[in-house]
Design a protein around this ligand. Structure first.
Ligand SMILES: NCc1[nH]cc(CCC(=O)O)c1CC(=O)O
Length: 406
């Protein structure tokens, strides 16, 4: 039988059949017989009259006697024994302290605002499933660009919404210099100059009559290599229109390499590629498809990634890096923070994350119902995405967050 320890009830059971249970005699310990160092003259072994309490020698020289009659109460005493007490709460005690020691901060210059420019409208049209977001005319897009410059937003990424009659099987409006997306890019680039970065989404889903991200084979599947050559033509047209970053989002194999070669061949060696590298076939793109008037029937599961696959997100990223991506992206953001953290840990280039339309819509809908504190959740969502490792965040909140969340 060992000596009773602090916290031991001091009651031992000697074995089956042994009756009755008796407390062992409290063995005298050195500490119990010594007077404490605090000068109060009492024996710590007698603290609160508990024979089961075995004190540890502590020096309390210079301290005020604790407790009634200078006795150390058991609870205080136990706390003192566990020296030093680790108290993380010290750094949380005031807003000023928390601000000082925050590990993660986001700022306007790392935010990228996705914007929609629509053909055939004369004034901006609000997107019902994305309250507060609009389909713009080239002119209203230019105005929005100036506001973004003033607020210090880092970049804008342009999506085009063509008229239905301009959609076709290959999505050729995407690489038409007079197509709506290229007109939007030009208007924006002219308005903002070099004061923020003008990016363009490089894909065909907005311009194909069937809504897929490339032309189809007879069996209805997307023809990978045909799509890739269309992306190459589209990227060059976007660079001509004034985009300094093109962002292939179609998840076709080899798309980054083909775009890099086409840009270089056309004299756009300096135009960067932000690759949608780990892009998942997510249910969170629903509102975006309203925003671009998508003609899609079915889904994109044969080219976008299965949400179940984490390792594959890394594989897609490594392939894009190999093909020459200047920035890699994980999309969506909030439900894929594990993938984002993996990519951020390995990537030698900046990492972007896209807080997509469904993430925006969920926050807006809950806030509209009064179920969550809107500004607080927006801030928390951006903080979490940056905390997981994003250097850039594509978010529909970019302008509002940069101007200051109310
Ligand atoms: N060009 C494809 C593209 N680029 C960005 C989004 C979605 C963005 C969002 O939901 O906010 C999509 C739609 C899709 O893959 O179906």
């Amino acid at each position: 039988m060992g000596l009773p320890q602090a916290g031991n009830l001091g009651v031992t059971k000697s074995g089956p059949g042994d009756a009755p249970l008796t407390p062992p005699p409290a063995p005298p310990t050195e500490a119990a017989t010594e007077t404490c160092g605090c000068g109060c003259g009492h024996s710590h072994g007698d603290v609160a009259g508990r024979g089961d309490f075995t004190p540890v020698e502590i020096s309390v020289t210079g301290w005020e006697p604790l407790g009634e009659n200078g006795k150390v109460e058991p609870a205080r005493k136990l706390a003192l024994e566990a020296t030093p007490v680790i108290r993380p709460r010290r750094l949380r005690r005031s807003a000023a302290m928390r601000r000082l020691v925050a590990e993660t901060r986001w700022s306007p210059e790392q935010l990228v605002l996705p914007v929609f420019v629509r053909d055939g409208i004369s004034s901006p049209v609000e997107i019902p499933s994305m309250p507060g977001q609009f389909q713009h005319t080239p002119e209203s897009l230019a105005e929005l660009g100036k506001r973004c410059v003033d607020a210090g937003v880092g970049a804008m990424i342009v999506f085009g919404v063509p008229r239905d009659e301009d959609k076709d099987f290959t999505g050729s409006a995407a690489w038409d210099a007079a197509g709506i997306q290229n007109r939007g890019i030009s208007a924006l680039a002219e308005a903002v100059g070099d004061e923020l970065v003008v990016m363009s989404d490089t894909c065909l889903d907005e311009t194909t009559s069937h809504g897929h991200c490339g032309p189809l084979r007879d069996d209805g599947s997307v023809d990978n290599d045909w799509a890739v050559s269309c992306y190459a033509a589209t990227a060059v047209s976007q660079a001509r229109a004034g985009a300094t970053v093109v962002a292939p989002s179609g998840m076709m194999d080899g798309q980054v390499r083909a775009i890099r070669m086409a840009l270089d061949d056309s004299g756009f060696e300096d135009v960067a590629i932000m690759a949608y590298s780990a892009k998942y076939a997510s249910g969170l793109f629903g509102p975006f498809r309203d925003a671009v008037g998508s003609s899609l029937v079915g889904d994109r599961r044969t080219y976008q990634q299965d949400p179940a696959n984490r390792r594959e997100g890394m594989r897609e990223t490594l392939l894009d890096l190999d093909e020459g991506a200047d920035i890699v992206m994980v999309k969506p953001a909030s439900l894929y923070l594990d993938v984002l953290a993996d990519v951020a840990a390995e990537s030698p280039v900046p990492v972007a994350a896209y807080q997509v339309s469904g993430e925006y819509a969920m926050i807006e809908a809950a806030a509209a119902n009064g179920w969550i504190d809107r500004a607080r959740v927006i801030d928390e969502s951006l903080t979490s995405i940056v905390r997981a490792g994003a250097d850039l965040v594509l978010t529909y909140y970019a302008l509002e967050a940069a101007e200051g969340l109310a």
